[in-house]
Design a protein around this ligand. Structure first.
Ligand SMILES: Nc1ncnc2c1ncn2[C@@H]1O[C@H](COP(=O)(O)OP(=O)(O)OP(=O)(O)O)[C@@H](O)[C@H]1O
Ligand SMILES: [Mg+2]
Length: 252
């Protein structure tokens, strides 16, 4: 089977701090996988390594069978792998629609956007706007299209970040805490949208999230880390009942 993502023996230190120590894991295509672990266990660092924002000290990152280790973020985006940030990285002075439109990349003829817009021949600006509106529909923000991004709630900002990732044409999306600080009803809504995107468009998600009470009801697989190391992976039930995982949380 081809994995969406394979991480092999990744090491990453900051000075004396071993943020990632021999981390290996896989993410299956067309699934939702959660990466869990106590604060400071290296989750965001791992996403930074996968998405090219940090270079690993050693080890490999493979995306759909091809090495992307050490490539800069824009090349990794172009390959179809996008990410969001723990603190949303939006253009706060631009409108919701503009935030989506500027996320468009050069990638053509492939990916999620082309599923929506087969064989269209309209001028580029108009096509970009049409695509952006379609994506706003999917993430549930079309009623806010002309609002400045700064007026969005925390949950809406997370949705806009997801929309921006979709607009890059991504087939695999890394999400860093998509429901942190989001009210429970919108948080369920966000995870239900991810399920729809997996089922209808085959998108793969690798998600860091602490709010397991909500997230685990929607995911296919869980990977647990602690102290910069991989601990265990499996079904939500297997991982959350694993003694090493429980100890990592109680000990933290
Ligand atoms: N750029 C950096 N420079 C120095 N230390 C860093 C850097 N990035 C992360 N760290 C350290 O690496 C360790 C792992 O941090 P990381 O942000 O990956 O944890 P996390 O699992 O995402 O935690 P949280 O759940 O709190 O977001 C922490 O001790 C953190 O302080
Ligand atoms: Mg983090």
């Amino acid at each position: 089977m081809v994995y969406a993502i394979e991480v092999e023996h990744i090491y990453k230190s900051f000075g004396n701090l071993k943020a990632l120590y021999d981390v290996s894991l896989t993410v299956d295509e067309h699934t939702i996988t959660i990466l869990m672990g106590p604060n400071g266990s290296g989750k965001t660092t791992l996403i930074n390594v996968i998405s090219g924002f940090y270079k690993p000290d050693s080890g490999n990152v493979i995306y759909k069978g091809k090495s992307i280790t050490g490539l800069p973020p824009h090349k990794i985006y172009k390959a179809g792998l996008a990410r969001t940030f723990q603190i949303p990285a939006l253009f706060l002075k631009l409108t919701v629609l503009e935030n989506i439109m500027v996320a468009r990349t050069e990638k053509k003829g492939e990916g999620f956007r082309s599923c929506l817009f087969k064989n269209r021949w309209v001028d580029e600006e108009r096509q970009t706007a049409e695509e952006a509106f379609k994506i706003l529909d999917i993430v549930g923000l079309s009623h806010m299209w002309d609002k400045q991004a700064s007026v969005l709630s925390g949950g809406q900002m997370k949705l806009l970040e997801l929309g921006r990732a979709l607009m890059t044409g991504a087939e695999t999306i890394l999400l860093d805490e998509p429901i942190s600080g989001v009210n429970p009803s919108l948080a369920h809504d966000i995870f239900a949208k991810l399920v729809t995107l997996r089922d209808n468009y085959g998108i793969t998600f690798f998600i860091i999230e602490h709010r397991l009470d909500i997230a685990l009801g929607y995911v296919d697989k869980v990977v647990a880390m602690a102290f910069g190391k991989f601990v265990v992976s499996g079904s939500p039930q297997e991982v959350t009942s694993d003694r090493r995982v429980i100890e990592a949380y109680l000990g933290g």
